[in-house]
Design a protein around this ligand. Structure first.
Ligand code: ATP
Ligand code: MG
Ligand code: MG
Ligand code: MG
Length: 565
């Protein structure tokens, strides 16, 4: 067996800290900083110190092995990218303020890649010419850049972060389904090997576009996603991906879209006019009152249909626009959250007359909207930095109707069937078997490599500190020299022997640091096995301790080495 390294803490470029960093809100942030794994360089921008880099590299290795196992080929594309292809697909604009844009000295526009669909599409366009070149799966493990609005959770949400992104290219839908399935399996193996508890949930495609998509969510308090889980069937979905239709409470069925009588001009503007209020685009998240009760209608992106339903079910005369006063002192009606720009989103609780889990929307408190002059905190509850929840605990499962359970989770991976969105925009064809060009169909797949480190810390840490599974830990054994020269000598000797047998060792050989501090640090750092050279070193007896269970045992040096190798 090859010699494994011995990392001496006396030389380690990292200091452990007694106190949590002042700005840390989540456990992984606190512990990774205190244990000397990472250091903040700027908001959402992190440096990885030796122990952290080892853990990160271990996650990378697992990801790489499982990607290679499905036949994916590793490449490395640039992180700084030209504007043009993103302009062609529309994402230069669509990505909004999250995109880091920059210029070179000649005034040329560039961006720092948030995800690389465009560039991979162009690479394949350049390299593949015939159906014989497909299918192909390409991947990279690379820093990604997103100017996140709230980089608050340490490594969990960086503005620079490490992602494994891969892209599949197939000739037909069947091929895409196969490539997607391969990724799904690879991701299951990756997260199982990492020791992460996770669920596969239906998801929305977001900025990526495309049709089918699933997320791998790791349940954790610190998570910023909420997933709904059905206790009765296999339904599991990010609450972002669940929407309910507006249904009247009298139990009458929602008419099919074609059965809804179309008002003369079925627009928000028409309704606004009939209500005697100025028509404006800000009315698109419309809230109305029916018989004095607030009913939310007008789901964003579905304007006409919803209006049709309103007019079909409620006599227009009974419909009245909600005003700011309706919310004053009514925390039961609204919940919002506050971000750096002030109040950012408001959720309106559905009217009780509407069947549970039916109609709610998010609205905005910008100038001139229906809810202006409402003060967050005074007039309704504010959940600072909490995402808008559109589905409540106990709402009916879309599959079987059972009450859903809701949990917080961290998104650790996301797989998408993109279809031909990018191939169409960038004209990616290959010559098909019949000699005619065939438009390629694509998938894109991401694992948050650096986020997985933090997610693992969240799920495995205990009240003493980090507590890594062996495959991911920065070392297999943490050897502690608890005493003076004799103990240090024994600790270094044992370390060398373990290393010769291929065991990765971190040895605390620091002079002038008390055994108590060393014990606390060993628990904070979280290597799975701890070997202490202490009081009985002269007799050749050491203590073996299991970091997770806390179980300890005194054994001879030879016995300890035998057990750890
Ligand atoms: P989120 O919803 O958390 O913002 P996302 O849906 O925007 O993530 P994707 O575009 O699906 O992210 O990217 C693929 C993966 O990259 C995610 O599943 C996540 O694990 C990781 N990731 C995304 N944004 C970040 C970030 N800011 N910091 C660390 N990891 C991230
Ligand atoms: Mg995001
Ligand atoms: Mg997401
Ligand atoms: Mg995602």
């Amino acid at each position: 067996m090859a010699n494994a390294p011995v990392q001496r803490m006396s030389q380690l470029m990292a200091k452990t800290l007694r106190d949590d960093p002042a700005d840390a809100e989540v456990l992984s942030h606190k512990l990774l900083v205190r244990a000397g794994y990472v250091r903040r360089t700027a908001a959402g921008i992190w440096s990885w110190l030796p122990l952290g880099k080892k853990v990160l590299a271990n996650v990378e290795r697992v990801v790489r092995e499982e990607m290679d196992a499905i036949g994916a080929q590793e490449v490395l594309l640039p992180a700084i990218l030209p504007r043009e292809p993103y302009e062609t697909t529309g994402r230069w604009e669509e990505y909004g303020p999250e995109l880091f844009r920059l210029q070179d000295r000649k005034g040329g526009d560039y961006l720092l890649g948030p995800t690389h669909e465009e560039i991979f599409t162009l690479l394949v366009k350049d390299q593949a010419s015939s159906y014989k070149d497909l299918p192909v799966i390409l991947y990279q493990i690379q820093s990604k850049y997103r100017d996140e609005a709230r980089p608050r959770a340490g490594i969990l949400r960086g503005r620079e972060f490490l992602m494994k992104d891969s892209y599949s290219f197939d000739l037909d839908d069947e091929g895409l389904t196969r490539s997607y399935g391969l990724h799904r399996q690879a991701y299951q193996r990756i997260f199982e090997r990492l020791g992460l508890d996770y669920r596969i949930c239906a998801a929305t495609a977001g900025a990526m576009g495309g049709s089918k998509s699933e997320e791998f969510l790791a349940p954790a308090e610190a998570g910023e996603d909420t997933f709904a889980d059905c206790p009765n069937c296999d339904f599991a979905a990010n609450t972002e991906a669940i929407s309910y239709e507006v249904k009247p409470v009298d139990g009458s069925a929602v008419p099919a879209a074609e059965d809804i009588p179309t008002p003369d001009t079925p627009t928000i503007e028409t309704l606004a006019a009939s209500l005697g209020v100025p028509a404006s685009a800000t009315l698109k998240n419309l809230l109305v009152k029916v018989d004095g009760e607030i009913v939310a209608v007008g789901v964003p992106g579905d304007r006409e249909v919803d209006l049709g339903k309103v007019e079909a079910h409620f006599a227009p005369a009974a419909v009245e626009l909600v005003t700011a006063e309706d919310f004053v002192g009514r925390p039961d009606l609204v919940r919002g959250y506050v971000g750096p720009q002030g109040l950012e989103k408001v959720r309106y609780i559905a009217d009780p007359r509407v069947a549970p889990g039916t109609s709610w929307i998010t609205g905005a408190n910008k100038a001139d909207t229906h809810a202006k002059n409402v003060v967050a905190g005074r007039d309704f509850e504010v959940d600072a930095y909490v995402d808008v929840v559109v589905v409540d605990e106990g709402d009916p499962c879309p599959k079987c109707g059972t009450g859903l359970r809701l949990d917080r989770a961290i998104e650790i991976g996301h797989i998408f069937q993109l279809g031909r969105k990018y191939a169409d925009a960038l004209k990616l064809d290959v010559l098909g078997q019949q000699g005619k060009p065939v438009r390629v169909t694509m998938g894109s797949y991401g694992v948050g490599v650096s986020r997985a480190v933090a997610a693992l810390a969240e799920q495995t840490a205990d009240d003493k500190g980090l507590c890594w599974p062996q495959e991911i830990a920065p070392a297999d054994v943490h050897v502690v020299a608890a005493g003076k020269a004799l103990q240090t000598e024994l600790a270094l000797d044992v370390s060398a022997k373990l290393a010769a047998a291929g065991v990765r060792v971190l040895v605390d050989d620091r002079a002038g640091v008390s055994p108590g501090v060393k014990f606390t640090d060993s628990e904070l750092i979280g290597v799975p096995q701890i070997l202490v050279a202490g009081r009985r070193s002269a007799e050749g007896i050491v203590e073996l301790k299991d970091r997770r269970t806390g179980e300890r045992e005194e054994v001879t040096v030879d016995e300890a080495i035998a057990r750890l190798t």
